[in-house]
Design a protein around this ligand. Sequence first.
Ligand code: AMP
Length: 372
Amino acid sequence: MAKNGVIPPGGTIGILGGGQLGRMLASAAAEMGLHAHIYCPDDDVPAAEVAAHVTRAAYEDEAALASFAESVDAVTYEFENVPAETARILSEHGIVRPGARALATAQDRHVEKSFLTSHGILTAPFADVADEASLNEAVAKIGTPSVLKTRRFGYDGKGQAKIAAPGDALAAYGEIGRQPAILEGFVAFEREISVVVARGADGETAAYDPVENIHKNHILDRTLAPAALTPALADEACAIAARIANELDYVGVMGVEMFLLPEAGNKRRLLVNEIAPRVHNSGHWTMDACAVSQFEQHMRAVCGWPLANPRRHSDAVMTNLIGDEVDGWERLAAEPDTAIHLYGKREARPGRKMGHVTRLYPLGKRPPVTPS
Ligand code: AMP
């Protein structure tokens, strides 16, 4: 159905992963007159309720992958740990966006940080850790305090251990299961920000305003849109995100997490912490505060449509509803100028993202929010 790489309304988009991001992508697809086909191995599939088709199968099931690929016009994904072999099989059958290069770069922290620094983008200082000998070398090079992070499969603070003094290094290595890792210098950041950027099939980029993120127990708690930044810093953050998307020849929406350093003379203040090759939790506010959400923007890119203007029409504070916080839905639903989004997950386990609310304010009127 794709003509010159453009998938018109009526086409079907395959989405790997059936969590809340897949659900919001599938809803956006439906709004655009497209059909979503979710591929996911899990039982509780929040995206299934809003998708036209669902395949429940393992990511290693080659026959299921082949028939999924035949039934869709393009494939995208809601999480970055898609096995490389799964992506390879799917790209043999047709369009996979974002492509293999973005996945391979974002899946491994050492590859990711090496890619960034090779393009002149600042990161925390880092060193490779493959065994005890290289751990000791890394501690000598990076110093303490520092953070040991597994190269792969880390998220929301999982697969990380802080090293306060050199004597803690071995215990930290044990804590992360002695897996291949990187040691990162601990960054005394002022604030954490992120940029959600889109890159179209034609290479055009469009970044939403940078936002500030506040974490609780290593999980995103609140996103403040926009981040309180000087115009020069906001432009720099957007330019860094667009540069990464261009260098990866990326197609789709990407989240770029950054640390903002305290002001110190003319020193550069933005370090990139992580690239998420997918729609991002810190972009959920765009559903209610922009004409086109990150989910529609992603689908536009994947389908080769023109990107929308990412302009913000309202200020916003997005708050995640984690675990039993979702029980407060009735009170939240009664709040004025507040959009409530619930993911339809069956069970509210501690740390599980159950939904989010976005409180809207007139432009320039977002209240300053202090970390809790
Ligand atoms: P990550 O999984 O890399 O996104 O890290 C999760 C969180 O840990 C970040 O959002 C930061 O709050 C914190 N963190 C990660 N790396 C560092 C670092 N090098 N220095 C200070 N804090 C960090």
